[in-house]
Write a protein that binds this ligand. Structure first.
Ligand code: 8QM
Length: 416
């Protein structure tokens, strides 16, 4: 349980160099290449260390058990987002771009943009896209099979399909779409420290940032799309015209890389768990469960920070006010205290309650979009493909926040 205590007599102190009380100290660097390439051992160590640890390299607190991560995610008043959800504290260091009105905001400012976006991206509002997306997915799978079935699961499926349906749904023009994935990778690296991943990506990102900014303008968004609907909300006064482009920017930041890596995680799981893929073939309605189980199992968004608004108790340990705390979503989703056989990819379990989409007030606004994309792609796959086989060594592309595949050499074995 998490309880909140306020000391009305104290003003917010500057960050202390050492943890208060008896919080265990860990020297690990969760953003090192070794940990990013294989985070599970560190996650295990973090969970076994206790409910709360202090990461001495970064002067931040960390939690990796499901119960505590869940409690922190749902305690938006104690663990705030407006100081940024990366390692840097926006109150001390200027952010690399104007803060997101959703992700990097607290109530009450957060609420109007959030209401607009959740309504545009509701399961009900997306129904009109379902049939078209399934047709698109069938074409993508047919094209993959036409090439002989040997392909890169990342480039040829996990990226191609979202890039085919999502930018059109937003209402983007035809040019420059190749900026979407680099922009997302950069934004997700930028939640982490200024390590090589971030500084090397920084060099070429200028034109990509400029392109994203341009796409958010009203005149560049096709009628009827998510983007135009965001602008229409500003006509009604639900948000201001100054807010509209930033809400469109949230779609472009959070809407591509996340889904790509969720789909890639699922394809990898199918290739390495043929018994589970066979279950999907027998019961294609499991496509959505498979995707959520992959989001639990692999957790495309591995980590996010919050900032303690006041001193907060975490299962008997104290996070002092004003300190950053790193929530390991991926670790919570593998916590054996919460999940039976937590490391197993299993279509027989109920993955709901995973924190791969977050939890509470900020829980992923685009989750219905992601699930609809997954449902379309994996339904089409199950129709035509008997087995997904790994034909080479998959490679990772390290990112400070995302768990990604760089290449997934697979073969699609067609049905007889
Ligand atoms: C992560 O820009 C944004 O509003 C935004 C960026 C990244 C995310 C969410 C929102 C969680 C997927």
């Amino acid at each position: 349980m998490t309880s909140t205590t306020t000391d009305a007599t104290a003003s917010i102190p500057p960050p202390a160099p050492e943890p208060g009380g008896d919080v265990p100290v860990l020297d690990v660097d969760p953003f090192s290449p070794e940990v990013l390439l294989d985070p599970l051992p560190m996650q295990h160590e973090l969970r076994e260390t206790g409910p709360l640890a202090y990461l001495s390299r970064y002067g931040v607190y960390a939690m990796g058990r499901y119960a505590d991560v869940h409690a922190a995610l749902t305690n938006w008043q104690g663990f705030i987002s407006s100081a940024g959800v990366g390692v840097s504290d926006f109150r001390r260091e200027p952010p690399w771009r104007p803060p997101s009105l959703l992700l990097e905001a607290d109530p009450p400012h957060h609420d109007a943009p959030r209401a607009v976006l959740t309504s545009i991206l509701s399961a009900r509002a997306l129904r009109r896209l379902r049939d078209r997306w399934l047709e698109d997915a069938r074409e993508v799978v047919a094209a993959a099979l036409a090439r002989g079935g040997d392909l890169d699961g990342v480039a040829d499926l996990a990226e191609v399909f979202p890039l085919r349906v999502f930018p059109d749904a937003v209402g983007l023009g035809p040019d420059g779409r190749e900026h979407l994935i680099p922009y997302g990778s950069f934004a997700f690296n930028a939640f982490g420290p200024r390590n090589d991943l971030l500084t090397s990506a920084e060099r070429d990102i200028g034109p990509t940032i400029a392109w994203i900014g341009e796409q958010c303008r009203r005149e560049n968004l096709a009628p009827g799309g998510f983007g135009a609907q965001i602008w229409a909300a500003s006509d009604r006064g639900d948000i201001t015209p100054e807010q509209a482009p930033l809400v469109v920017r949230s779609l472009l930041t959070a809407g591509v890389d996340t889904t790509v890596n969720g789909l890639a995680a699922c394809l990898h799981a199918f290739a390495t768990h043929p018994d589970q893929y066979a279950r999907l073939r027998a019961e294609p309605a499991l496509a959505r469960v498979a995707f959520d189980e992959a989001v639990r199992w692999e957790s495309p968004v591995q980590t996010f920070f919050r900032t303690a608004e006041v001193d907060i108790d975490v299962s008997g340990f104290r996070v002092p006010a004003d300190r950053k705390i790193l929530m390991f979503l991926g670790s919570a989703n593998r916590d054996p205290r919460r999940w039976q056989a937590s490391d197993a990819f299993d279509l027989g379990r109920d993955p709901s309650g995973h924190v791969g989409f977050g939890m509470g007030l900020h829980q992923c606004a685009g989750q219905h979009v992601a699930r609809l994309e997954a449902e379309a792609l994996f339904t089409a796959l199950a129709e035509r493909v008997e087995r997904v086989e790994l034909v080479g060594e998959p490679t990772r592309k390290p990112n400070n926040t995302l768990r990604t595949w760089q290449q997934l050499p697979i073969r699609l074995v067609p049905t007889g």
